[in-house]
Design a protein around this ligand. Structure first.
Ligand SMILES: [Ca+2]
Ligand SMILES: [Ca+2]
Length: 554
């Protein structure tokens, strides 16, 4: 909450986005390119304590307010950015000219010695935070700098700046889309953000109803799991984000269950009998297998004897002559939530006739993209990046989930990279899932370009009400199976042993997984339903990322 307050404070210093000095050259989900044109710079003479100082300024500027450093004019610009990316700033181009000045520059304190041109860089990201659901990056431009040697001002009349949104793919995607904020916030964002129109589609929706945040019910914690993955609940997160303080509980008694059955967990730091900062619980959460059941519910309880824990296997790599497999068959799901539909036609009688009140919770209302109703195009193309694709004879597989938008019959041809997946025919706001095993090497690695999923509408039905039914069909998610290199993405990798034909039976294997960014790596064996064992003593080595590896995060 405090962070939001800081952003709010700073935003108020930012002038309106309609400012004529900034021209957005492009703004997409992958980044923003803009040009700043410096308004005329004026130099005012001011007197402080009987001495004369120069104070440069330009229209719409703010100032560097740092005791002892020249009070130079700067320009702050606020942009909305997607919630799940790293933002990189690059100065693409700038023009330069200099003007000598007569008096020293105004300093708000005893002058500090300057090593060289001040400020050192022409542009930086001054702030990165959230106002409610909207993530905001504030760029600070320094088009007026000071050279202490020639005692002149260096001006940059034109600056071209690029913000790149770096989004590692093959990782669990974040959910974002349009969220309507209360009017005062909406107004503030509208006035502050230079890319308001696009950026409002990148908001981070509040937890869905009911909240998937863990909820305390009596002496039990209810945990909602929508997607299969390794889940970590830290003592700090539980306390600070969800208001669940388990510090008085003996963590050795933590017990997790799902569907009435106890599930083995790993509890870091439980030996001392206290669940203190730095301690956490890890478990394999599995998505529900039934359609129209969105969450699996896990219950965490405590205080009744020791809970079930995962066992250990020693994994210290010390086997001379072991084989290093180079690739494995990876299963991933790509899902982004940008478009919302109320799905009014999909009634509780279909979804959950026994519990109609559960309708909203059971149905996924968020979709990736779609074919617009009453739009010019009967096709939607969805580019997606796949990292670490290995060359292999093994055939990859794709599964695509589509959702009807308009209340009519649908007929859609689905392809990936020009290869036919299938033709889907279904009715109204129902959903359909298509699967296809593809030729070997059908997928393209991110270093070679994008993969493209395309859906082409064959039916020609018209639905006149484009307000209630904005899309004919939606793409909800894609599942992929492909041969993949042993490299972590966002500090995680769900990997498996290689396919049988690649290694001899009984052969000892050693796995080397690269590209973790943090050294505290936990390794588990799982069977798809639960954790089977923890692998203790993996060898963690620090290496420098090479250029190609750094490229993966761009
Ligand atoms: Ca502890
Ligand atoms: Ca979805």
């Amino acid at each position: 909450m405090r962070k939001a307050g800081v952003v709010l404070g700073l935003l108020l210093l930012i002038s309106l986005p309609s400012s004529p000095d900034v021209q957005i050259l492009s703004s997409t989900q992958n980044g923003i390119l803009f040009r700043f044109s410096l308004p005329p710079v004026k130099v005012e003479e001011v007197e402080r304590g009987g001495r004369r100082f120069d104070q440069p300024f330009f229209e719409g500027c703010g100032f560097i307010l740092d005791g002892g450093l020249p009070r130079l004019p700067i320009r702050r610009l606020a942009f909305g950015v997607p919630p799940d990316v790293q933002v990189r700033l690059e100065l693409i181009d700038r023009s330069t000219r200099s003007i000598p000045i007569g008096s020293p520059l105004l300093n708000p304190g005893p002058p500090k010695r300057l090593g060289g041109t001040f400020p050192e860089s022409e542009a930086r990201i001054a702030l990165d935070g959230f106002i409610r659901s909207q993530r905001i990056a504030v760029v600070e431009l320094c088009p007026v700098r000071y050279d202490p040697i020639s005692r002149s001002l260096i001006l940059h009349p034109e600056m071209t700046v690029k913000l790149t949104f770096i989004r590692p793919s093959s990782a669990p995607p974040a959910r974002f889309g349009y969220v309507r904020e209360p009017e005062p916030f909406e107004q503030l964002l509208k006035e502050s953000l230079l890319n308001y129109e696009e950026a409002r589609l990148w908001r981070k929706p509040p937890p869905r109803v009911p909240s998937p945040a863990p909820q305390l019910e009596g002496e039990k914690l209810k945990i909602y799991v929508e997607r299969t993955g390794l889940y970590r609940l830290t003592a700090e997160e539980l306390k600070e984000e969800w208001g669940v303080d388990l510090s008085g509980v003996d963590p050795r008694t933590f017990s997790l269950s799902c569907g009435g059955e106890e599930v083995p967990i790993y509890v870091k730091g439980e030996e001392d009998g206290r669940f203190d900062p730095g301690d956490y619980i890890e478990f394999l959460g599995v998505n529900p297998k039934r359609p129209y059941t969105r969450y699996n519910i896990y219950w965490l309880s405590w205080g009744k004897g020791r809970g079930l824990r995962v066992g250990y296997v020693d994994g210290e790599p010390r086997i001379p002559g072991a084989t290093f497999p180079t690739s494995f068959r990876s299963k991933i799901r790509l899902e982004e939530d940008h478009l919302h539909s109320t799905l009014k036609e999909l009634g509780p009688d279909k979804v959950c006739p026994d519990e109609p009140e559960m309708w909203y919770e059971r149905v996924d209302h968020w979709f990736w993209t779609g074919i617009k109703n009453r739009g010019d195009q009967d096709e939607v193309r969805l580019p997606f990046k796949l990292f670490d694709v290995a060359q292999s004879f093994s055939r990859p597989k794709i599964t695509v989930a589509l959702q009807g938008g308009t209340p009519v019959e649908h007929d859609v041809l689905v392809m990936v990279n020009g290869i036919r997946i299938g033709r889907a025919r279904w009715s109204k706001q129902d959903r359909v899932v298509l699967s296809k095993t593809l030729p070997a090497n059908a997928f393209i690695d991110a270093t070679q370009g994008d993969n493209v999923l395309s859906c082409l509408r064959i039916d020609t039905s018209e639905e006149p009400n484009a307000t209630v039914f904005p899309y004919h069909v939606y793409i909800n998610w894609i599942e992929l199976e492909y041969m993949r290199l042993y490299r972590a993405v966002r500090d995680a990798l769900d990997f498996s042993t290689p396919e049988e034909r690649e290694v001899e039976k009984g052969e000892l294997l050693e796995f080397a997984i690269s590209c973790f960014l943090r050294p505290d790596v936990d390794v588990f064996i799982h069977d798809g339903e639960r954790l089977v064992a923890m692998i203790k003593n993996p060898l963690v080595e620090r290496v420098k990322l090479d250029e190609a590896e750094r490229e993966r995060f761009r």
